[in-house]
Design a protein around this ligand. Structure first.
Ligand code: SAM
Length: 405
């Protein structure tokens, strides 16, 4: 059966997910849009996407798209879908959705209409007037934007960022999909050392190890679509076996290192890495990031330091960035910092070679990338003074006089 799919993504990750589908999934018909990626395929595509996509939030089957300005139009559009091909007589089919800038703005009312339309269609198909809803979960989702309705079936269940290894997290964990995206943006593939000196629950080094080892992120969890009767269990079994067979083991032990000042975070990171099956490749240690000696180190540094939003206050976070700049700014390491502080570069002391806007949940962040050799890394103030603010660079707003000097 030919199917259309939609993967919602965190804003900023659409292109990376599209590349995962093109290069990993070998799909040609991939379209990245704002906050989502669309593509077509079959049941095997659905399975592959769930098991292997590292940076998408979930996999939805897109069943219909139509104009709906009235409840009647919504009802008829939903009833026209061949639900009997997807939902068995005992299937559980809850409905959720959202509406934006549309005449049908009441989400609870739209939910009721969609449910009624599905029940009407399935009732006629199965000769039933009542559905026990005790069987496989087939989550229905609708989206109504500018009076256009789209109807989906959620194949994933829990979001794809839930890999199954992070039962516990520190106070401000990074979403796994975003951590994987950082590693992909840096094109780190396990050939050089990787350090995360602010590792928290270990998400970045764990995701990086999984990428280098070619461990499918969905290997350790299940998906709602695994119980769908129209996808043979054998297909899932084969795909899972192939994923296990593709795992590499030849990564140098201790190539990755995670550090945190908080011993509880270190213990948590070790526990999570064990659950992810990558603990023997990552050394976790309690260490103050600003007291490390970065001069002799080579490879890549990833950091998701405190932002002054959830952890630390703003001034302490900025003092930390200054200290980090003094410790690591002049080293040979390629460096990637994710923070929501728009003045990170000023405090860190060096202008990034490139910046990329990313969202950590709803929080707008920038990934500051330093990949030029140390000799070409220019101190932030010196560059400003010479008037070398490059194209696309953001002007740094003036701060209250004396506050941060
Ligand atoms: C935003 S959290 C990192 C979250 C992590 N990426 C994750 O997914 O769990 C920042 C971490 O930096 C740690 N930290 C704060 N100051 C530090 C320092 N001076 N040296 C090392 N770690 C520090 C905190 O304990 C916290 O775990």
């Amino acid at each position: 059966m030919k199917l259309e799919f939609c993967c919602p993504t965190l804003f900023g990750l659409e292109g990376i997910v599209a590349d995962e589908l093109r290069f990993g999934g070998k799909l040609t018909d991939v379209r990245a849009e704002n906050g989502r990626v669309l593509f077509t395929g079959d049941a095997d595509t659905l399975i592959w996407a769930n098991l292997h996509l590292r940076c998408a939030e979930r996999v939805l089957v897109r069943l219909a798209a139509f104009r709906a300005e009235t409840f009647d139009e919504l009802f008829e559009g939903v009833k026209a879908i061949r639900w009997e091909d997807f939902i068995p007589a005992d299937g559980t089919f809850p409905v959720k959705g959202h509406s934006l800038d549309s005449k049908l703005f009441s989400v609870p009312d739209c939910q009721k209409i969609v449910k009624k339309a599905v029940v009407t269609r399935l009732g006629a198909a199965y000769g039933l007037s009542w559905f026990p809803e005790t069987g496989a979960r087939c989550q229905i989702q609708f989206s109504i934007m500018h009076d256009m309705a789209e109807i989906f079936l959620d194949a994933s269940g829990a979001g794809l960022h839930k890999r199954g290894y992070r039962a516990n997290a520190n106070a401000a964990p990074l979403r796994e999909t975003l951590a994987a995206a950082m590693v992909k943006l840096a094109r780190w593939r396990g050939r050089e050392p990787l350090l995360d000196p602010f590792c928290g629950s270990g998400t970045i080094p764990i995701e990086a190890a999984m990428i280098a080892l070619n461990r499918a992120p969905g290997m350790m969890r299940t998906f709602d679509a695994e119980k769908w009767s129209w996808i043979e269990a054998e297909r899932w079994r084969t795909a899972r076996e192939q994923a296990v067979a593709a795992v590499r083991t030849d990564l140098a032990p201790d190539l990755l290192c995670g550090g945190d000042i908080d011993p509880d975070c270190v213990a948590l990171a070790i526990e999570n890495a064990k659950k992810a099956g990558v603990d023997r490749f990552i050394r976790f240690e309690q260490a103050d990031a600003v007291r490390r000696d970065y001069r002799w180190q080579s490879g890549v540094l990833f950091a998701n330091p405190p932002y002054g939003e959830r952890l630390l206050d703003r001034e302490s976070a900025e003092a930390l960035y200054r200290a980090m700049g003094r410790a690591a700014g002049g080293s040979e390491l390629r460096q990637y910092y994710l923070t929501s502080d728009p003045e990170f570069e000023r405090f860190y002391g060096y202008r990034a070679d490139k910046r990329r806007k990313l969202y950590n949940g709803m929080l707008k962040c920038d990934l500051y990338m330093y990949f030029k050799p140390q000799a070409e890394r220019r101190p932030f103030r010196a560059q400003q003074a010479r008037g070398q603010v490059g194209r696309g660079d953001r002007e740094v707003p003036n701060r209250t006089k004396g506050k941060h000097s």
